[in-house]
Design a protein around this ligand. Structure first.
Ligand code: HEC
Length: 125
């Protein structure tokens, strides 16, 4: 009997915890993702947006990767998105194995599916 009463007492607190957790989950969704498409759907994640998210901080204009690549590549060719010579296998080798000062990027950071999409964005036929 005493145990049952103790359970009854805990219930409101548990419910409150559930509500709090749900609130935290919603609050943790990045604001930009909410603006763009509501919920994040990895299946439908756009390849250009993925490149921007995973590689852009270094490979967009002004990024560290672009700056370093511009030492040996002329002008606009320092931007990966402008390159005509990038092949899928080469991108995989660089991303998974690292290249010069670019550290290897694990599957935890960029999944194989996401890497394929990024390659589709960068490889021009
Ligand atoms: C932390 C910064 C950083 C991130 C993030 C990054 N890179 Fe790089 N990347 C570099 C740098 C710096 C170089 C040039 C390294 C060098 O020349 O020593 C480079 C070089 C490369 C090259 C070689 C280009 C060539 O001409 O040989 C490829 C391909 C590449 N990155 C692809 C990617 C892709 C795809 C992503 C995202 C999945 C990515 N990088 C994310 C910094 C980064």
């Amino acid at each position: 009997m005493n145990q049952l009463m103790a359970c009854e007492k805990q219930r409101p607190l548990q419910q409150f915890r559930k509500i709090l957790l749900a609130g935290l989950l919603i609050a943790s969704i990045p604001a930009h993702a909410q603006e763009k498409s509501g919920w994040i759907d990895l299946e439908k994640q756009d390849s250009a947006a993925l490149f921007g998210e995973k590689c852009g901080m270094c490979h967009k204009a002004g990024g560290m990767g672009t700056t370093i690549l511009s030492r040996r590549l002329q002008g606009e060719q320092a931007l990966l998105e402008n390159r005509l010579d990038l092949k899928a296998e080469y991108i995989t080798a660089v991303v998974r194995g690292g290249f010069g000062v670019m550290y290897p990027i694990s599957r935890g950071e960029v999944s194989d599916e996401q890497l394929v999409k990024i390659q589709q964005h960068l490889v021009k036929e």
